[in-house]
Design a protein around this ligand. Structure first.
Ligand SMILES: [Ca+2]
Length: 429
């Protein structure tokens, strides 16, 4: 063999060896889970997510919270830090526990050490924002910090906050310094560091859904505002006012879109919006457009919740929480989103959270939203099943190897448990 061919062969063998390492890389699904009757600790479940493993969908680890704040948090959303060595999870009910006098001020955010991804640990690292309650979504920034959205104050009234947290639970700031006068109840967060922007959606005023205070509101107070922030200064620099009582829940920058446009779901308006942030005046103003009207499309009162985009920005998966469906969407023209496929779930499934795996072929859908029980008037307990669908064929197809773990009975010692937010630990992508 000529020397050049020999070198080529060596290089190919090395590449093959590296490919083997990549295929052996970790592929795990973390599920932030609440104990339904609040009698056992809330916990993090780790499920095998490698589709070639005989243990695909089985429990790899279960890590309970410990300490006085371990109970009744109603685990909501979680995310990894940028380096994936820390997982931060928010408890949307943690702020209620001063009323129940379990402890004077329950911690609201919990940090797991994920240095060993198959055996994460909880070492008691927590955070408790001073100004805000109803802790909701977290977003990791490249400097190692997190942005946390909180829907309301410590009393559950309007004027939530965005809190900046370190990976060790230190509160680095609570924003904005001067809140908007009304309707500031942030839920969804989407960030483009390259544009120095982040966007938040004002969903509902939490107190309007609580038993103690709901009569003052006459029903759930859905908000109608979406905020444009400068990331570096954490200032609100613009506001979209969308349909009255729209209830914007989640929002995502279209990946790499030169116009910086955003897709947002509006629960009560039953619509998907396209938002134009008016970068350099490119499109002529801070405008929004109805990109998909679900009522007009034949899905009235369906409550769109999580909309997740593929990395090419051309496809999205959407959960209909009240409509009990999962939709596959074509975003080729983001001003006129088309429904490509509809996957019906049983009545009462209540799909809420969804996330697309980095492989861009599988989507996780979690059937649970919130069950306020005696605390309030939102009762969407779902069937507590986690689904996996493939969608790369243009259809939503249940993954035949995924065992559809049912959190009603997956952990018998806890009784019923409620899976909410998930996060992928997927190396090699
Ligand atoms: Ca229990």
């Amino acid at each position: 063999m000529a020397p050049s061919a020999s070198r080529l062969l060596s290089a190919l063998l090395l590449l093959a060896a590296l490919a083997d390492v990549a295929s052996a890389a970790e592929d795990l699904l973390y599920v932030w889970t609440g104990d339904d009757d609040h009698q056992q600790p809330d916990f993090l479940a780790v499920l095998e997510f490698n589709p070639t493993s005989p243990n695909y969908g089985k429990v790899v680890a279960k890590v309970d919270l410990t300490g006085p704040s371990a109970f009744g948090n109603e685990p909501h959303h979680i995310t990894f830090s940028y380096d994936k060595k820390t997982l931060a999870g928010a408890g949307i009910f943690s702020f209620l526990f001063p009323f129940s006098a379990r402890i004077p001020a329950q911690e609201q955010v919990f940090f797991y050490d994920t240095s060993n991804p198959r055996a994460p640990t909880f070492n008691g690292v927590t955070a408790n924002p001073l100004k805000s309650g109803a802790a909701d979504e977290l977003y990791p920034l490249s400097d190692g910090t997190f942005l946390l959205s909180s829907l309301g104050t410590r009393a559950g009234t309007a004027e939530g906050a965005i809190t900046v947290l370190s990976a060790t639970g230190t509160i680095l700031g609570e924003y904005p310094l001067v809140p908007p006068l009304e309707s500031f109840d942030p839920h969804g967060i989407t960030v483009r560091e390259d544009l120095d922007l982040f966007i938040t959606t004002d969903f509902i005023e939490p107190a309007s859904a609580l038993s103690l205070t709901q009569l003052l509101f006459g029903g759930i107070r859905y908000q109608k505002t979406i905020r444009k922030w400068r990331l570096s200064t954490k200032e609100i620099i613009g506001t979209w006012t969308v349909d009255d009582k729209a209830g914007p829940l989640t929002n995502y920058f279209i990946p790499n879109d030169p116009y910086g446009r955003i897709i947002a779901s509006a629960v009560n308006a039953n619509k998907i919006y396209l938002l134009d942030p008016n970068l350099n005046g490119t499109l002529g103003g801070l405008k929004y457009y109805t990109a998909l009207d679900l009522t007009a499309a034949g899905y009235p009162n369906s409550n769109p919740h999580y909309v997740r985009l593929t990395q090419d920005g051309k496809t999205a998966v959407l959960t209909l929480n009240a409509g009990n469906k999962v939709l596959l969407l074509d975003l080729t023209n983001p001003y006129n989103i088309k429904i490509k496929d509809v996957l019906p779930l049983p009545n009462g499934a209540n799909p809420h959270y969804a996330d697309i795996h980095p492989d861009q072929k599988r989507v996780v859908v979690v059937d649970y939203f919130l069950d306020f029980k005696t605390y309030g008037i939102i009762h969407r307990p779902g069937d507590k099943i986690i689904h996996v669908y493939t969608f790369d064929t243009g259809k939503l197809i249940p993954d035949p190897n995924w065992p559809n773990p049912d959190f009603k009975n997956l952990f018998p010692a806890q009784g019923v448990t409620n899976p909410h937010g998930t996060a992928f630990y997927a190396s090699g992508y």
